[in-house]
Design a binder for this molecule. Structure first.
Ligand code: NAD
Ligand code: TYD
Length: 346
């Protein structure tokens, strides 16, 4: 396999690069990443010595660059992770989400189709989507299945749904051998400290307030990042073309339970919890039915949540040199502006 990964300097993409390079029969792995605020070259530093690995800094919306890279590298498979990924940022900067998540995805699909048409060689395409395209569940609803209608409710999930549907359209109309995964919330090392779990860990380590939105009872289904990568790999290699696979951890937890768990692991007081106004359009609950991935791909998540959370906390304690520089002036400015727009104390 000659693999092109997009967004490989991000949280999940970098874990996937490590996973891919450890698989048999992988001849080449190229990472295309624009290095936005959440893309970190140091996330792939340990891979740079591997002669099979190449990092290219570039934007997936740059059609000329993407075409040239595909013609040069002739990948047999593409795993597309690159995205604007944070719901809160999408509330006030939606245009960038449309550009990367919709136009960028289209650019890659066109390039894969172009390479196939020019060379006659098939390019397997794995599009990384999200369970958030399904919208939201009430506490007593069942779980999302692959045939649950899409009902995205915020700009992030709307643009992910756009990319997801374009990808499936290319499978149908142009016969691209393309598979989509829709996973639940990932957690683990190297997640940018703006998402719930790393934000709470790093704030607690700095004895800063832990901002819990609304009543803290929103539910997410947490999936260990390496379990997601194993599922994405299985779908890339064994998935049926045109098919969607849900990947979920089977770990539904209320946000407040997670925040309390982090404080307990760090031996920090619950007085750090700060209740703040709710996120606009805040989805109540996500839950995944991963029966199809289990039955058709033989995939099951392996990490028990309590162990994964303890490992994640330990990683942030041990890797302060990784995250402290990320909480710089631009990070502070983002939060000040974000809370300002929500009418919250900065
Ligand atoms: P991330 O923000 O940590 O990483 C995104 C990466 O994409 C970064 O390295 C960034 O530099 C790169 N990127 C952004 N725009 C780009 C562009 N225009 N061109 C090239 N590179 C660009 O995100 P993540 O959490 O690792 O998410 C990866 C994928 O998984 C995304 O598609 C996301 O929607 C999906 N996903 C994430 C979760 C989660 O819980 N984190 C859950 C389900 C699905
Ligand atoms: P997040 O990590 O942003 O992922 P997503 O919104 O994509 O599920 O948020 C996870 C949950 O945590 C979500 O219900 C919003 C909540 N949350 C807070 O309560 N406080 C915070 O500061 C953040 C970032 C999230």
């Amino acid at each position: 396999m000659r693999l092109l990964v997009t967004g490989g300097c991000g949280f999940i993409g970098s874990a996937f690069l490590r996973h891919a390079l450890a698989q048999p029969g992988v001849e080449r792995v190229v990472d295309l990443d624009a290095l936005t605020y959440s893309g970190r070259r140091e996330n792939v530093a340990e891979l740079e010595a591997d002669p099979r690995f190449r990092h290219v800094q570039g934007d997936i919306t740059d059609a000329a660059l993407v075409d040239a890279l595909l013609r040069e590298e002739r990948p047999t498979a593409i795993a597309h992770f690159a995205a604007e990924s944070h719901v809160d940022r999408s509330l006030f900067a939606a245009r960038r989400f449309v550009r990367t998540n919709v136009e960028g995805t289209l650019c890659l699909l066109e390039a894969a189709r172009g390479l196939r048409d020019a060379t006659g060689a098939e390019v397997r395409f794995l599009h990384v989507s999200t369970d958030e395209v399904y919208g939201d569940l009430e506490t007593d609803d069942g779980a999302f299945r692959e045939d649950t209608p899409l009902d995205p409710r915020n700009p992030y999930s709307a643009t992910k749904a756009g990319g997801d549907l374009l990808a499936l359209a290319f499978a149908r109309t142009h016969g691209l051998p393309l598979v989509v995964t829709r996973s639940s919330n990932n957690y683990g090392p190297r997640q940018f400290p703006e998402k719930l779990i790393p934000l709470m860990i790093t704030n607690a380590l700095e004895d800063r307030p832990l901002p819990v939105y609304g009543d803290g009872r929103n539910v997410r289904d947490w999936l260990w990042v390496d379990d997601n990568c194993a599922g994405v790999w299985a779908a890339l290699v064994r998935g049926a073309p045109g098919r969607v696979y849900n990947l979920g951890g089977g770990n539904e937890r209320e946000n407040i339970a997670i925040v309390r768990g982090i404080l307990a692991l760090l031996d920090k007081p619950e007085s750090l919890i700060t209740w703040v106004k709710d996120r606009p359009g805040h989805d109540r609950r996500y839950a995944i039915d991963a029966t199809r991935a289990r039955e058709e791909l033989g995939w099951t998540p392996a990490m028990p949540f309590e162990e994964g959370l303890a490992r994640t906390v330990r990683w942030y304690v041990d890797h302060q040199a990784w995250w402290r520089p990320l909480r710089d002036a631009s990070f502070e400015a983002y939060y000040k502006a974000h809370y300002g727009k929500l009418g919250l104390p900065g």
